[in-house]
Design a protein around this ligand. Structure first.
Ligand SMILES: O=C(O)CCC(=O)C(=O)O
Ligand SMILES: [Fe+2]
Length: 387
């Protein structure tokens, strides 16, 4: 692989408060360009999501996982045509190995637009399944507020990306429909301490969508050493650099870790990087918690209709970086020509290539029987389920 001068040994930390002044903003956009082109990952500090709201959510997470198993199973993902709900430990595989995590899939508020005769993929988005309010009072309100705030940040951030690439603040707006027609997803994840040899929290993968925002401060790893980025004892999220080494991205309180998905990489012709990452299971006595938020693009958006063009000085940055090794991350060959909703739905039915995991064929068999039959004319015998 490449040993370009653009290679990285830590994930850069960007200070969002800089965007408040013109000089500060110029500096921020310069750092953002570097992170987008060369790293594909960054920390965002001093962001506008109130810390009190993040802390309130963090407070609820251990309680959520401590709910009686019966209460969790009541909202299992298999119930939901929107692929929202609970997945027990070991329900997902990456590269043939079981991911050691337990999770709840939630999403921003959304009323499904689907009506008789509409394409199936309109049903992909819809309301969440919530745990019984009596068992975890106040949780729903706190999570809904948090998701709204992260959603707002995700749009602001997308506008900054457009500016960093010389496209102007609305340069990426074509990827989103009106707010009421959009839905973004989030997982609340618990990675348990593991004793055995499989320490795969999540195996190496690329995110498939546009932008991901991970609340990385949700770890109970204890005091943070001064040199945060080299804290190798803090096992958790790791990011692969251009030469293939795994770089630690430990949680930094008060920040989001932001990374780019394959859809954004594709429409920028590889200028913006989607970067391979994984999570190692924690050692010690306490689980690791995280909340990845996945910003979607409009259900009707076909990527090939939206290939972006950039000023020459921006494109030059890509040449300077060099080409990044090609990957097998797309789940089917027409992924760029079909509406994003359809691509997403097929991705949830079909176990994908090795690098993008997380299909739930059993949910599909139950809620999308026609599509399931098309993809698996002889039935599905593999693993990968919401159980
Ligand atoms: O838990 C994390 O820190 C990241 C998880 C992740 O990469 C994913 O769910 O796509
Ligand atoms: Fe990921």
């Amino acid at each position: 692989m490449s040993s370009s001068a653009a290679d990285f040994s830590s994930v850069p930390i960007l200070d969002y408060s800089l965007v408040a002044t013109p000089e500060g903003k110029a500096q921020f956009l310069e750092q953002l360009r570097h992170a987008l082109v060369n790293v594909g990952f960054l920390y965002l500090a001093n962001h506008p999501v109130p810390q009190a709201d993040v802390d309130a959510l963090i407070g609820y997470i251990p309680k959520l996982f401590a709910l009686p198993q019966e209460a969790k199973e009541k909202i299992r993902m298999a119930n939901s045509e929107h692929f929202l709900g609970y997945s027990r430990l070991g329900a997902e595989l990456t590269k043939g190995a079981v991911d050691q995590r337990e999770q709840f899939d939630f999403a921003t508020k959304h009323v499904s637009r689907w009506k008789e005769g509409d394409p199936d993929y309109y049903r992909l988005w819809g309301p969440c399944q919530w745990p019984d309010e009596k068992l975890i009072p106040g949780f729903r309100e706190v999570l809904e507020r948090y998701l709204e705030e992260v959603q707002e940040l995700s749009y602001k951030f997308s506008s900054l990306i457009a500016e960093a690439f010389g496209l102007g603040p609305d340069g990426l707006s074509e990827f989103y429909e009106a707010p009421e027609l959009m839905q973004h997803r989030a997982k609340i994840v618990q990675y348990p301490v593991v004793e055995g040899s499989n320490d795969q929290g999540v195996g190496p993968h690329y995110d498939a969508g546009f932008l991901t925002f991970v609340s990385a401060s949700l770890s109970t790893f204890g005091p943070f050493p001064k040199d945060l980025l080299q804290a190798s004892s803090h096992r958790g999220l790791q990011v692969q650099n251009l030469s293939g080494q795994w770089i630690d991205a430990p949680p930094i309180p008060g920040t989001f870790v932001i990374n780019l998905g394959k859809a954004l990489e594709f429409v920028t012709g590889g200028l913006a990087r989607a970067t391979s990452h994984r999570v190692l299971s924690p050692k010690g006595t306490t689980p690791r918690y995280s909340v990845p938020f996945f910003q979607n693009i409009g259900l009707e958006t076909r990527l090939t209709d939206h290939i972006l063009t950039f000023p020459p000085e921006i494109l030059a940055l890509k040449d300077k970086r060099g080409t990044v090794a090609a990957t097998d991350s797309v789940n089917f060959s027409e992924f760029d020509k079909e509406p994003s909703g359809k691509v997403n739905l097929i991705g949830r039915v079909k176990p994908k290539s090795e690098t993008i995991p997380r299909s739930h064929p059993d949910v599909a068999e139950r809620h999308y029987p026609e599509l399931f039959k098309q993809i698996f004319p002889n039935g599905f015998s593999g693993k990968g389920s919401a159980y």
